[in-house]
Write a protein that binds this ligand. Structure first.
Ligand SMILES: [Ca+2]
Ligand SMILES: [Ca+2]
Length: 254
């Protein structure tokens, strides 16, 4: 009993300390919304000088034209850089409910995105002068399929337009990435939005934050009373659970 009394203050501290530490830690990533960075995308060869999460222009909301769209992925540079710069998605192959790594094997993929340019270099003479989107598929760490879709540089400035292409992916894509890039000698400004990748025959994957609207740490983002509705139910059960965890209210489907 005496021994217990001697130990109890120490035990008490050991038991209570982790709780005190946890109480001071917000378990929600970016719960205060102060981190102004897009979820599921990272910069390529840049610290934010050229690649920005922009709100000066955006393509229409891909889920519903009547709903707002505010953000896009922007790359802007006045002079050559030492390497390509831009944005790269995280691996979307099996992210959350995506299942390209199982049901997406040996399939034709539809690829599309929206792009806008302003004052870019025209008639690029080589790859370094080009602006492009690169879709890449890997299996066992090796590239199994790739599509580079060039942005129209026949004119210096072009309003938002949709670019579509397709790619057959032979094998099982265990990793799927999308890169939005300006070659090192390309100049001007480009915005990308609504980046899409999925098989032609049915849903196996989506590009997380392809519409650029969602801040880091969050799954989905829309304005308060006009919540966007997904055209497809991306594994509704999982989505509901995640939204409950992050404390966002799901509006009834229309
Ligand atoms: Ca805040
Ligand atoms: Ca957008």
């Amino acid at each position: 009993m005496k021994r217990f009394n001697y130990l109890s203050p120490i035990l008490l501290i050991l038991l209570v300390l982790p709780g005190l530490l946890l109480a001071g830690t917000n378990l929600l990533v970016n719960g205060d919304l102060e981190t102004r960075e897009p979820a599921f995308w990272n910069r390529v060869n840049d610290d934010g000088t050229y690649a920005t999460w922009a709100s000066d222009t955006a393509a229409n909301n891909p889920w519903n034209d009547a709903l707002p769209s505010e953000y896009s992925f922007k790359i802007s540079k006045a002079a050559a850089t030492s390497d390509v710069v831009g944005w790269k998605s995280v691996n979307n192959a099996d992210l959350y409910w995506n299942r390209a790594n199982t049901e997406g094997a040996n399939k034709l993929y539809n690829l599309s995105f929206f792009v806008k340019t302003e004052g870019v270099n025209t008639n690029p003479a080589n790859d370094d002068e080009k602006i492009y989107v690169r879709y890449s598929f890997y299996s066992g760490g090796s590239l199994i399929a790739e599509k580079i879709i060039e942005v129209d540089q026949s004119v210096a400035s072009k309003p938002w337009s949709k670019v579509e292409d397709a790619l057959f992916v032979g094998g099982t894509p265990e990793e799927v990435y999308i890169e939005l890039l300006m070659g090192k000698n390309a100049t001007g400004t480009v915005w990308f939005d609504n980046i899409y990748c999925n098989t032609a025959e049915g849903w196996v994957m989506g590009v997380f934050n392809g519409d650029a609207e969602t801040p880091v740490g969050w799954m989905q983002w829309t304005s308060s009373d006009k919540i966007g509705l997904r055209q497809r139910c991306f594994g509704c059960g999982a989505q509901r659970n995640l939204q409950r965890v992050i404390g966002r209210k799901r509006q009834p489907r229309r």
